[in-house]
Design a protein around this ligand. Structure first.
Ligand SMILES: Nc1ncnc2c1ncn2[C@@H]1O[C@H](COP(=O)(O)OP(=O)(O)OP(=O)(O)O)[C@@H](O)[C@H]1O
Ligand SMILES: [Mg+2]
Length: 265
Protein backbone atom coordinates (compact mmCIF):
# COMPACT_ATOMS: atom_id res chain seq x y z
CA UNK A 1 0.00 0.00 0.00
CA UNK A 2 1.42 3.41 -0.95
CA UNK A 3 1.95 5.96 1.76
CA UNK A 4 0.61 9.46 1.52
CA UNK A 5 3.36 12.05 1.52
CA UNK A 6 1.95 15.07 3.31
CA UNK A 7 5.00 17.29 2.71
CA UNK A 8 4.74 17.07 -1.08
CA UNK A 9 1.02 16.45 -1.25
CA UNK A 10 1.50 13.33 -3.30
CA UNK A 11 1.58 9.56 -3.37
CA UNK A 12 4.90 7.81 -3.53
CA UNK A 13 4.67 4.78 -5.80
CA UNK A 14 8.37 3.99 -5.90
CA UNK A 15 9.82 5.52 -9.06
CA UNK A 16 6.60 7.39 -9.73
CA UNK A 17 5.16 10.18 -7.62
CA UNK A 18 1.53 11.10 -8.19
CA UNK A 19 0.85 14.70 -7.24
CA UNK A 20 -2.42 15.74 -5.72
CA UNK A 21 -3.75 19.20 -4.97
CA UNK A 22 -5.91 20.45 -2.16
CA UNK A 23 -8.19 22.35 -4.58
CA UNK A 24 -9.84 19.32 -6.12
CA UNK A 25 -12.43 17.42 -4.16
CA UNK A 26 -11.71 13.71 -4.40
CA UNK A 27 -14.14 10.83 -4.35
CA UNK A 28 -12.22 7.77 -3.16
CA UNK A 29 -13.20 4.51 -4.79
CA UNK A 30 -12.04 2.64 -1.70
CA UNK A 31 -10.69 -0.05 -4.02
CA UNK A 32 -7.47 -1.25 -2.46
CA UNK A 33 -4.46 0.18 -4.29
CA UNK A 34 -6.41 2.22 -6.87
CA UNK A 35 -6.87 5.66 -5.31
CA UNK A 36 -3.15 6.24 -4.89
CA UNK A 37 -2.77 5.85 -8.67
CA UNK A 38 -4.75 9.06 -9.19
CA UNK A 39 -3.98 11.36 -6.28
CA UNK A 40 -6.60 10.03 -3.89
CA UNK A 41 -9.59 9.21 -6.06
CA UNK A 42 -11.87 10.43 -8.81
CA UNK A 43 -12.72 14.09 -9.19
CA UNK A 44 -16.10 14.89 -7.73
CA UNK A 45 -19.16 15.06 -9.98
CA UNK A 46 -17.40 13.80 -13.09
CA UNK A 47 -18.09 10.78 -15.29
CA UNK A 48 -15.46 8.14 -15.98
CA UNK A 49 -15.35 5.42 -18.58
CA UNK A 50 -14.37 1.95 -17.31
CA UNK A 51 -13.43 0.09 -20.47
CA UNK A 52 -12.28 -3.47 -20.93
CA UNK A 53 -12.72 -6.77 -22.70
CA UNK A 54 -15.16 -9.50 -21.64
CA UNK A 55 -14.50 -10.74 -18.12
CA UNK A 56 -11.85 -8.09 -17.46
CA UNK A 57 -13.61 -7.02 -14.26
CA UNK A 58 -15.54 -3.89 -15.34
CA UNK A 59 -18.74 -4.69 -13.43
CA UNK A 60 -16.89 -5.84 -10.32
CA UNK A 61 -14.71 -2.70 -10.31
CA UNK A 62 -17.65 -0.34 -10.80
CA UNK A 63 -20.01 -2.06 -8.35
CA UNK A 64 -17.26 -2.30 -5.72
CA UNK A 65 -16.94 1.50 -6.10
CA UNK A 66 -20.66 1.82 -5.31
CA UNK A 67 -20.53 -0.68 -2.46
CA UNK A 68 -17.55 1.11 -0.88
CA UNK A 69 -19.35 4.41 -1.37
CA UNK A 70 -22.13 3.30 0.95
CA UNK A 71 -20.17 1.20 3.42
CA UNK A 72 -17.01 3.32 3.77
CA UNK A 73 -18.02 6.86 2.87
CA UNK A 74 -21.75 7.03 3.53
CA UNK A 75 -22.45 7.96 -0.08
CA UNK A 76 -25.56 6.29 -1.53
CA UNK A 77 -25.38 5.00 -5.09
CA UNK A 78 -27.39 4.07 -8.16
CA UNK A 79 -26.61 1.08 -10.35
CA UNK A 80 -28.19 1.11 -13.81
CA UNK A 81 -28.13 -2.39 -15.26
CA UNK A 82 -28.74 -2.59 -18.98
CA UNK A 83 -27.75 -6.10 -19.96
CA UNK A 84 -27.81 -8.37 -16.91
CA UNK A 85 -30.37 -9.65 -14.48
CA UNK A 86 -30.08 -7.65 -11.24
CA UNK A 87 -30.60 -10.91 -9.33
CA UNK A 88 -27.45 -12.38 -10.85
CA UNK A 89 -25.54 -9.23 -10.02
CA UNK A 90 -26.57 -9.54 -6.36
CA UNK A 91 -25.43 -13.18 -6.40
CA UNK A 92 -22.13 -12.34 -8.10
CA UNK A 93 -21.34 -9.62 -5.59
CA UNK A 94 -22.29 -11.91 -2.70
CA UNK A 95 -19.38 -14.12 -3.79
CA UNK A 96 -17.17 -11.18 -2.75
CA UNK A 97 -19.01 -10.89 0.53
CA UNK A 98 -20.73 -7.72 -0.68
CA UNK A 99 -24.41 -7.85 0.18
CA UNK A 100 -26.14 -5.41 -2.18
CA UNK A 101 -29.62 -6.38 -0.96
CA UNK A 102 -28.76 -5.22 2.54
CA UNK A 103 -27.81 -1.77 1.19
CA UNK A 104 -30.94 -1.66 -0.98
CA UNK A 105 -33.09 -2.42 2.07
CA UNK A 106 -31.48 0.56 3.81
CA UNK A 107 -32.28 2.79 0.79
CA UNK A 108 -28.58 3.43 0.30
CA UNK A 109 -28.35 1.63 -3.02
CA UNK A 110 -30.86 1.44 -5.88
CA UNK A 111 -30.61 -0.93 -8.82
CA UNK A 112 -32.44 0.29 -11.90
CA UNK A 113 -33.43 -2.69 -14.04
CA UNK A 114 -33.09 -1.48 -17.60
CA UNK A 115 -32.89 -4.88 -19.24
CA UNK A 116 -36.11 -6.79 -18.45
CA UNK A 117 -38.50 -4.62 -20.47
CA UNK A 118 -35.99 -4.51 -23.32
CA UNK A 119 -36.03 -8.29 -23.71
CA UNK A 120 -39.71 -8.66 -22.79
CA UNK A 121 -39.29 -10.40 -19.44
CA UNK A 122 -41.43 -9.72 -16.39
CA UNK A 123 -39.61 -8.30 -13.37
CA UNK A 124 -40.37 -7.76 -9.71
CA UNK A 125 -37.60 -5.22 -9.24
CA UNK A 126 -38.45 -2.05 -7.32
CA UNK A 127 -36.88 0.24 -9.94
CA UNK A 128 -37.64 -0.63 -13.55
CA UNK A 129 -37.03 1.34 -16.74
CA UNK A 130 -40.10 0.76 -18.89
CA UNK A 131 -38.72 2.83 -21.80
CA UNK A 132 -35.20 1.38 -22.05
CA UNK A 133 -34.78 2.66 -25.61
CA UNK A 134 -35.27 6.26 -24.57
CA UNK A 135 -32.27 8.08 -23.08
CA UNK A 136 -34.36 10.95 -21.70
CA UNK A 137 -36.65 8.56 -19.89
CA UNK A 138 -33.71 6.72 -18.32
CA UNK A 139 -32.16 10.00 -17.19
CA UNK A 140 -35.47 11.12 -15.69
CA UNK A 141 -35.62 7.88 -13.75
CA UNK A 142 -32.04 8.37 -12.50
CA UNK A 143 -32.91 11.90 -11.33
CA UNK A 144 -35.98 10.58 -9.45
CA UNK A 145 -33.94 7.87 -7.72
CA UNK A 146 -31.14 10.30 -6.93
CA UNK A 147 -33.59 12.57 -5.14
CA UNK A 148 -35.21 9.68 -3.30
CA UNK A 149 -32.05 8.09 -1.85
CA UNK A 150 -29.69 11.10 -1.89
CA UNK A 151 -27.28 9.35 -4.26
CA UNK A 152 -23.78 10.71 -4.77
CA UNK A 153 -22.43 7.92 -6.99
CA UNK A 154 -23.73 6.22 -10.09
CA UNK A 155 -22.71 3.29 -12.27
CA UNK A 156 -24.11 2.72 -15.76
CA UNK A 157 -23.34 -0.88 -16.79
CA UNK A 158 -23.00 -1.09 -19.72
CA UNK A 159 -22.97 1.70 -22.26
CA UNK A 160 -22.96 -0.78 -25.14
CA UNK A 161 -26.74 -0.47 -24.86
CA UNK A 162 -26.48 3.12 -26.10
CA UNK A 163 -25.53 1.69 -29.48
CA UNK A 164 -28.99 0.10 -29.77
CA UNK A 165 -30.86 3.26 -28.97
CA UNK A 166 -28.86 5.52 -31.29
CA UNK A 167 -29.51 5.46 -35.00
CA UNK A 168 -26.34 7.19 -36.10
CA UNK A 169 -22.83 7.89 -34.82
CA UNK A 170 -23.92 11.49 -34.27
CA UNK A 171 -26.90 10.41 -32.17
CA UNK A 172 -24.71 8.02 -30.22
CA UNK A 173 -22.25 10.76 -29.35
CA UNK A 174 -25.08 13.06 -28.32
CA UNK A 175 -26.57 10.34 -26.11
CA UNK A 176 -23.20 9.70 -24.53
CA UNK A 177 -22.67 13.39 -23.85
CA UNK A 178 -26.18 13.64 -22.46
CA UNK A 179 -25.58 10.71 -20.13
CA UNK A 180 -22.19 11.79 -18.80
CA UNK A 181 -23.15 15.48 -18.72
CA UNK A 182 -26.46 14.94 -16.91
CA UNK A 183 -24.95 12.65 -14.28
CA UNK A 184 -22.33 15.31 -13.53
CA UNK A 185 -24.87 18.15 -13.60
CA UNK A 186 -27.06 16.48 -10.98
CA UNK A 187 -24.07 15.97 -8.69
CA UNK A 188 -23.16 12.34 -9.26
CA UNK A 189 -19.65 10.96 -9.61
CA UNK A 190 -20.05 8.14 -12.09
CA UNK A 191 -18.52 5.16 -13.79
CA UNK A 192 -19.80 4.15 -17.22
CA UNK A 193 -18.64 0.74 -18.39
CA UNK A 194 -17.73 -0.02 -22.00
CA UNK A 195 -17.07 -3.36 -23.66
CA UNK A 196 -13.93 -3.23 -25.78
CA UNK A 197 -12.78 -6.05 -28.02
CA UNK A 198 -9.53 -4.64 -29.40
CA UNK A 199 -6.53 -4.45 -27.05
CA UNK A 200 -5.39 -1.21 -28.68
CA UNK A 201 -8.73 0.55 -28.24
CA UNK A 202 -10.00 2.58 -25.31
CA UNK A 203 -13.72 2.30 -26.05
CA UNK A 204 -16.41 0.44 -27.93
CA UNK A 205 -17.54 3.14 -30.35
CA UNK A 206 -14.24 5.03 -30.67
CA UNK A 207 -15.52 8.24 -29.14
CA UNK A 208 -16.58 7.59 -25.52
CA UNK A 209 -13.11 8.43 -24.17
CA UNK A 210 -13.47 11.91 -25.67
CA UNK A 211 -16.82 12.70 -24.07
CA UNK A 212 -16.02 11.47 -20.55
CA UNK A 213 -13.71 13.10 -18.01
CA UNK A 214 -11.47 10.10 -17.67
CA UNK A 215 -10.82 6.61 -18.96
CA UNK A 216 -9.85 3.63 -16.83
CA UNK A 217 -8.84 0.66 -18.97
CA UNK A 218 -8.92 -2.90 -17.67
CA UNK A 219 -6.95 -5.58 -19.51
CA UNK A 220 -7.14 -9.36 -19.27
CA UNK A 221 -4.32 -10.51 -21.52
CA UNK A 222 -2.62 -13.84 -21.93
CA UNK A 223 1.09 -13.80 -21.24
CA UNK A 224 3.23 -16.93 -21.19
CA UNK A 225 0.29 -19.31 -20.87
CA UNK A 226 -1.54 -17.38 -18.17
CA UNK A 227 -3.96 -14.47 -18.27
CA UNK A 228 -2.94 -11.45 -16.26
CA UNK A 229 -5.24 -8.68 -15.13
CA UNK A 230 -4.00 -5.11 -15.30
CA UNK A 231 -5.39 -1.60 -15.01
CA UNK A 232 -4.36 1.64 -16.69
CA UNK A 233 -5.56 5.16 -16.07
CA UNK A 234 -5.42 6.33 -19.66
CA UNK A 235 -6.84 9.78 -19.06
CA UNK A 236 -8.04 11.83 -16.11
CA UNK A 237 -8.84 15.45 -16.88
CA UNK A 238 -7.67 17.83 -14.15
CA UNK A 239 -5.55 15.29 -12.29
CA UNK A 240 -2.13 13.74 -12.20
CA UNK A 241 -2.22 9.95 -12.47
CA UNK A 242 -0.09 6.89 -12.94
CA UNK A 243 0.99 6.20 -16.54
CA UNK A 244 1.77 2.57 -15.85
CA UNK A 245 -0.13 -0.65 -16.25
CA UNK A 246 -0.59 -1.97 -12.74
CA UNK A 247 -1.57 -5.56 -12.01
CA UNK A 248 -4.74 -6.31 -10.10
CA UNK A 249 -6.42 -9.39 -8.71
CA UNK A 250 -10.00 -10.49 -8.34
CA UNK A 251 -10.31 -12.70 -5.26
CA UNK A 252 -13.01 -13.60 -2.78
CA UNK A 253 -12.70 -10.09 -1.35
CA UNK A 254 -13.11 -8.37 -4.72
CA UNK A 255 -10.60 -6.25 -6.62
CA UNK A 256 -7.20 -5.32 -5.27
CA UNK A 257 -4.74 -3.26 -7.34
CA UNK A 258 -0.98 -3.47 -6.80
CA UNK A 259 0.15 0.14 -7.26
CA UNK A 260 3.89 -0.49 -6.95
CA UNK A 261 4.06 -3.28 -9.52
CA UNK A 262 4.03 -3.04 -13.30
CA UNK A 263 2.79 -5.23 -16.13
CA UNK A 264 4.28 -5.40 -19.64
CA UNK A 265 2.73 -7.04 -22.67
N1 LIG B 1 -15.64 -14.83 -6.35
C1 LIG B 1 -14.70 -14.66 -7.25
N2 LIG B 1 -13.40 -14.89 -6.96
C2 LIG B 1 -12.42 -14.70 -7.86
N3 LIG B 1 -12.64 -14.25 -9.11
C3 LIG B 1 -13.91 -14.02 -9.46
C4 LIG B 1 -15.00 -14.21 -8.56
N4 LIG B 1 -16.14 -13.86 -9.19
C5 LIG B 1 -15.76 -13.49 -10.43
N5 LIG B 1 -14.44 -13.59 -10.61
C6 LIG B 1 -13.69 -13.27 -11.85
O1 LIG B 1 -14.22 -12.06 -12.38
C7 LIG B 1 -14.59 -12.24 -13.75
C8 LIG B 1 -15.83 -11.46 -14.09
O2 LIG B 1 -15.67 -10.12 -13.77
P1 LIG B 1 -16.75 -9.06 -14.25
O3 LIG B 1 -18.09 -9.67 -14.36
O4 LIG B 1 -16.60 -7.89 -13.34
O5 LIG B 1 -16.18 -8.72 -15.67
P2 LIG B 1 -16.82 -7.80 -16.81
O6 LIG B 1 -15.66 -7.09 -17.43
O7 LIG B 1 -17.91 -6.99 -16.25
O8 LIG B 1 -17.38 -8.90 -17.81
P3 LIG B 1 -18.50 -8.74 -18.96
O9 LIG B 1 -17.81 -8.09 -20.13
O10 LIG B 1 -18.88 -10.14 -19.26
O11 LIG B 1 -19.63 -7.92 -18.42
C9 LIG B 1 -14.91 -13.71 -13.86
O12 LIG B 1 -14.76 -14.15 -15.21
C10 LIG B 1 -13.90 -14.33 -12.91
O13 LIG B 1 -12.65 -14.51 -13.58
MG1 LIG C 1 -19.94 -6.79 -16.78
Amino acid sequence: MAEEDSEFGGFDLGEEEIKTDSQSERVPTGIKGFDELCGGGLLKERSYLVAGNAGSGKSTFAIQYLYNGVTKYDEPGILVVTEEDPKNIRKNMKSFNMDLKELEDQNKLAILDSQSTKIGLPTDEEYVEVNPFDMDSTLKKIVEIKEKIGAKRCVFDSTTSLGFISESQKQLRINFLKLSGTLSAIGLTSMLTAEVTDKEKMSRFDMEEFVTEGTIRLYYERKEGIRTRSIEIYKMRGSDHSKKLNPFEISSSGIEVHPKEEVYF
